[in-house]
Design a protein around this ligand. Structure first.
Ligand SMILES: C[S@@+](CC[C@H](N)C(=O)[O-])C[C@H]1O[C@@H](n2cnc3c(N)ncnc32)[C@H](O)[C@@H]1O
Length: 254
């Protein structure tokens, strides 16, 4: 089966050469650690040869993209606070149902051009399909057909991304980091303050009529590993009080 066939879920990472959470740069000699025929190893070899990226970023983008692509297909991919933009490339490679992707960041890192050249050289069908937009993500217009993704948009940036996706009724997948926490959050004696923030985010999506999937990427890759995936449904937005869904609905009183 073709390695980009959407119906074949991307396999879990099965090898453990090196610490997947390492910030050490992947260099060309490290390519020998990724000898497999699967798409992950293929991408890893290309990233190693591009000689520009920490190992952690490779694994983070892969773990985020493959989980997101199990749920969200088609549409333009919008990688917000993209940094290097690897997530945008992986979204297209794992599931080639999207015509194009944009990677948006206030600052374009030098490694983006290196990565883009390496990916297009290896997968010529990607040529011209990933565009880097250097600018503030708030200025990007979103559409209901978009698939918005973001890995580690710091603090409130993740909330802005969720707000923008909700306003456009676009599908969204975020891996939050650098939580701005509230010592007086009403649930703080039940759960960690950063978890309160992400629970509120999930609830906000549900209240807006989204179907939500809460997932984890491996903690060995990053401790900021909560992945929040939301697909818009046809249900009208609800008041948060009514948004608990079938999971929390109590059985009828006897
Ligand atoms: C922690 S980095 C994450 C980068 C990348 N997604 C990753 O996974 O490595 C956060 C990024 O947000 C970008 N950023 C901060 N404020 C932004 C804004 N208003 N619009 C677009 N990008 C922004 C920064 O330039 C930085 O690249």
């Amino acid at each position: 089966m073709d390695e980009t066939t959407p119906s074949s879920p991307a396999p879990a990472i099965i090898h453990t050469v090196g610490d997947p959470g390492s910030r050490k740069r992947l260099t060309p000699p490290a390519a020998v650690h990724y000898p497999g025929t699967g798409l992950f190893d293929h991408i890893a070899r290309v990233v190693c040869l591009a000689d520009c990226m920490p190992r952690k970023e490779l694994f983070e983008a892969w773990e985020t993209a493959r989980r997101t692509r199990r749920r969200l297909h088609g549409g333009r991919v919008v990688d917000m606070a993209a940094g290097h933009g690897l997530l945008a490339f992986m979204m297209l490679l794992i599931d080639d149902t999207s015509p194009c992707a944009i990677a948006v960041d206030i600052r374009k890192p030098a490694m983006h051009d290196k990565l883009a050249a390496a990916f297009v050289a290896e997968w010529p069908h990607l040529a011209g399909r990933v565009t880097f937009i250097e600018g503030r993500l708030e200025t990007v217009e979103l559409f209901p057909t978009d698939v918005v993704v973001s890995a580690h948009a710091c603090g409130h940036l993740t909330d802005h991304i969720l707000d923008m996706a909700i306003a456009a009724r676009a599908a969204v997948s975020v891996l939050p980091c650098c939580h701005v926490t509230y010592a007086h959050h009403p649930l703080v004696s039940w759960m960690a303050p950063d978890l309160c923030v992400d629970v509120d985010r999930a609830h906000r999506l549900m209240a807006a009529g989204y179907e939500v999937r809460a997932q984890l990427i491996p903690e060995a890759v990053t401790p900021k590993n909560r992945l929040l995936i939301g697909s818009p449904t046809k249900k009208p937005p609800q008041h948060p009080r009514h948004a608990r869904g079938r999971w929390a609905a109590p059985p009828p009183l006897k």
